[in-house]
Design a binder for this molecule. Structure first.
Ligand SMILES: [Zn+2]
Length: 290
């Protein structure tokens, strides 16, 4: 009698554990920029007063939906979309898939394009991303602001995807998927190793050969799904402390002005350096010095 009771109890406990594990869906963070959206080739198309801006923000929203659909198919139950471009008010709320929450506008905080991230997420996805400042055959390439020529941490020159992946890596979360132009896809693979990418366009000088937006959406949906189903494959992106950031800026008055940030040092005509043991302090410094 007692033995049967114990056996039943064990069944109940293991059953409940298996149930709660399968019930705990993935929590996914999607950061969406605009320069790397399908079709976009010109600043006018990503600027609020540009004539074609409203058209491309629709494409941006649909491309985000494709990522959400892929995530849902792979078992995501909690999805945060971070609008990460310009005003951070581009994605059309009522066109966005209802299974995601949308984080709009800038908080003023240093996490910037990664605002909203914390240790509770399982995976990070980048949509519409672009290459770092100075990349050839890349669309609308830059790094955070028009003032930055280059940012490196511990000798590694980083695009926005690299900076944002380090913030995710701080919380032990891997970046598993990126879409954008071919140049940023290549930079992401070089930096992170294992990552699923979809190049929606290929730069030829400052022109681009584009996929049809619908084809791009199909590939993004499949790519996100594939990545999230193989989550164990991906590692959080990390660099070893202590951290040395070297920032190269375009204007001399900015180099002078930003050299007053506590701990910053002018290390060249166009160059500032900042050292810290804590990655988040480096990110705060970058946010104020760029
Ligand atoms: Zn942008």
């Amino acid at each position: 009698m007692k033995k049967i009771f114990v056996i039943i109890l064990i069944f109940l406990i293991t059953g409940t554990l298996a149930y709660t594990q399968s019930e705990k869906g993935k929590k996914v963070f999607i950061s969406v920029d605009m320069e790397g959206i399908t079709g976009v080739v010109h600043w006018e198309e990503v600027s609020r007063d540009g004539k074609d801006y409203d058209y491309f923000r629709k494409i941006m929203t649909k491309e985000t939906n494709a990522a959400i659909e892929g995530a849902l198919e792979a078992g995501a139950t909690d999805i945060l979309v971070r609008d990460s471009h310009g005003s951070a008010r581009n994605i059309l709320p009522d066109m966005l898939d209802r299974n995601a929450k949308l984080l709009r506008d800038w908080s003023g905080g240093f996490k910037s394009m990664m605002e909203g991230i914390d240790e509770t997420f399982d995976a990070v996805i980048f949509i519409g991303y672009h290459a770092k400042a100075g990349t050839p055959n890349a669309l609308l390439e830059h790094t955070m602001s028009g003032n930055v020529t280059d940012i490196s941490i511990n000798g590694v020159s980083l695009p926005e995807a690299g900076i944002n992946a380090l913030i995710a890596g701080y919380y032990d979360i891997p970046v598993v998927f990126l879409s954008g132009d071919l140049a940023i896809c290549n930079q992401a693979k070089e930096l992170f190793g294992e990552i699923e990418t979809v190049a929606v366009k290929e730069g030829i000088g400052s022109s681009a050969l584009n996929l049809h937006p619908e084809v791009a959406r199909g590939k993004i949906r499949e790519g996100v799904k594939k990545a999230l189903l193989e989550l164990d494959k991906y590692k959080p992106y990390k660099l070893a402390p202590p951290y040395t950031m070297v920032l190269k800026l375009k204007k001399e008055e900015l180099v002078h002005e930003k050299s007053f940030y506590p701990g910053a040092e002018r290390t060249g005509d166009w160059e500032l350096s900042y050292k810290n043991e804590n990655l988040m302090e480096v990110m705060k410094a970058f946010h104020r010095m760029r």
